[in-house]
Write a protein that binds this ligand. Structure first.
Ligand code: FEO
Length: 174
């Protein structure tokens, strides 16, 4: 059974995963509006990945016999100065989410809720992969460049990236 504190924290994480999905979907729209179809596709796929993170939490909370409670979501930022700015924001966002997952793990441990502690290990691994993926994207921005012809190649390379699950490497699609 979840403590009140644990339930409140898990419900908050459900909202944060929803907001992550909206953020990446909004970024996808920005990319598509700027002719960056590869980046738009990648971010749209990643938005769906975030919905998977949300549902995994939602199902866990309900399986414990508690009730997942949804809150109003913050509107995502929709203006960016460049594609570099978009991907700098994705990396910052993932670091923020990693901090939130770590806080959840701390709470589970403090509450002696070892079932939730164990459940959260998947998110610990996932955040490692997420940060590595977006670091890789930032490396690509640095290597390929985001001006002129570089932007065309960058969009193509990012369009080939796939979101890995825990325990797999971020690899270009074949
Ligand atoms: Fe749900 Fe990208 O972390």
């Amino acid at each position: 059974m979840l403590s009140e504190k644990m339930l409140a924290r898990l419900n908050e994480q459900i909202a944060l995963e929803f907001e992550s999905a909206n953020l990446y979907l909004q970024m996808s729209a920005w990319c598509l509006a700027h002719g960056l179809d590869g980046c738009g596709r990648f971010l749209r796929e990643h938005s769906q990945e975030e919905m998977g993170h949300m549902f995994r939490l939602f199902d866990y909370v309900n399986e414990t016999g508690a009730q997942a409670v949804l809150r109003a979501l913050e509107a995502p930022r929709h203006e960016y100065g460049s594609v570099r700015e978009v991907f700098e924001a994705t990396f910052e966002h993932e670091r923020f989410i990693t901090g939130k997952i770590n806080e959840l793990v701390d709470t589970a441990f403090a509450e002696k809720d070892y079932s939730t502690f164990n459940f959260l290990q998947w998110y610990v691994s996932e955040q490692h992969e997420e940060e590595a993926l977006f670091q890789r994207v930032l490396d690509l921005v640095e290597l390929v460049g985001s001006d002129g012809k570089g932007l065309f190649h960058l969009d193509r390379e990012i369009g080939k990236l796939r979101t890995p699950g825990p325990g797999t490497e971020a690899a270009p699609a074949g």
